[in-house]
Design a protein around this ligand. Structure first.
Ligand code: OSB
Ligand code: MG
Length: 373
């Protein structure tokens, strides 16, 4: 496909409430959007990197630089026949997976529009609806934590994930379980524990959690496998899984029994599908994680979640949980049964509110195709 121009822009979007994890608190998102024009269409991508290199090494500033200096010129010159060719085009650049994903996913969006089919179908998705959970940040008090759980259950969400860390774990699980003995409940430590916390983590088994997400180091498989041996509760890996090979290693070593797939973390839709397939072939369920995305990243997460092995509720939630006003139309809504309907219209299935995007833009750059031929 012929790529005419690539635009980068940064938006600032305040969250409706602060989101606290074991690594920090986010009150406002800096959103890096990629817009790719070609063949008479516009594909959109979102870079999910954080404001700080706390979840991973990338930030939106490193992504901006690498897209501008390396990835976008390479893509513009490559004329890819299919979005699935992007990893090959980006191969020379090591790492920077969130930067790569922003571009690759915009190309998938563009290709789906060119072909006149839903993005979900182009990715190989078959589900008509996806099951939704929520990730609830660490709260200032236990009382507030319980109120948040109550609110999200009332909204219909099928699974509650509690962010945890040393000092904010068992007493919270206990309070939530006492009040709601039967809900699907999980926790996510974002690497907050160390090996000598193992005895403590084993006590989480008492609370019948669906999974314990990324308890140990963000780059570890071996010690997670030691921990998993001692636990009845499945470990789920998020940060540790960067690609298909990592998924294979983790499954083979029994470091986890569930995998969280995030497009950005693995470098784009191609690798996300490869991780999904590798897990499926080995009987390991996956679910789609979230990175506090705007509507564009959210639309992409919905499309990805329509693949068959996304059999557990994901962290893909309604726009209004994050934003006063989302940058897509319609906004993402979750039904009272806790599902999102996968759009059946061509492309991402949600219009980008370009006027609003323009208004919120604080920085922009255009990268022209280095036209050869
Ligand atoms: O670990 O899943 C995570 C948000 C930012 C960074 C990492 C994570 C998260 C979430 C929120 O849990 C998921 C969401 O609602 O987008
Ligand atoms: Mg996580």
């Amino acid at each position: 496909m012929r790529i005419d121009a690539i635009f980068l822009r940064e938006l600032r979007l305040p969250l409706v409430q602060p989101f606290q994890t074991s690594f920090g608190t986010t009150t406002e998102r800096r959103i890096l959007l990629v817009e790719i024009r070609g063949e008479g269409f516009t594909g959109w991508g979102e870079c999910v990197a954080g404001e700080h290199p706390y979840f991973s090494e990338e930030t939106i500033d490193t992504a901006w630089l690498v897209i501008q200096q390396e990835l976008a010129p390479a893509l513009a010159a490559a004329d890819p026949a299919h979005a699935g060719k992007c990893p090959q085009i980006f191969r020379q650049v090591r790492g920077h997976r969130m930067a790569k994903a922003a571009l690759e996913n915009a190309v998938w969006d563009l290709e789906a529009q060119m072909k006149g089919i839903p993005l979900a179908s182009l990715l190989g998705g078959t589900r008509e609806t996806i099951d939704c959970g929520v990730s609830i940040g660490i709260q200032p008090s236990l009382e507030k934590q319980l109120a948040e759980v109550e609110k999200e259950l009332a909204a219909g969400y099928q699974r509650i994930k509690l962010k945890c860390k040393p000092g904010w774990d068992v007493h919270v699980f206990e309070a939530v379980r006492n009040r709601w003995p039967d809900i699907l409940l999980s926790c996510d430590a974002n690497s907050a524990y160390r090996l000598n916390d193992s005895d403590h983590i084993v006590t989480f088994d008492e609370f019948n959690l669906l999974m314990i997400e990324q308890p140990l180091w963000s780059d570890d498989f071996y010690f997670h496998s030691m921990l998993q041996k001692r636990l009845e509760t499945p470990v789920c890996l998020d940060e540790s899984i960067r690609n298909r090979r990592d998924a294979l290693a983790a499954i083979e070593m029994e470091s986890c029994r569930i995998i969280n797939i995030k497009c950005g973390r693995v470098g784009g839709f191609s690798e996300a599908i490869a991780v999904h397939n590798a897990a499926q072939e080995r009987g390991v369920p996956v679910w789609c994680g979230g990175m506090l995305e705007s509507g564009i990243g959210r639309a992409h997460n919905i499309a990805l979640s329509s693949l068959d092995n996304f059999s557990l509720p994901g962290d893909v939630s309604a726009s209004k949980r994050y934003w006063k006003e989302d940058i897509i139309e319609p906004e993402v809504e979750v039904s009272p049964q806790g599902v999102i309907t996968v759009p059946q219209t061509p492309g991402r299935g949600f219009e980008v509110r370009t006027g609003l995007v323009e208004k919120l833009t604080i920085r922009r750059e255009e990268i022209r195709a280095l036209a050869i031929a």
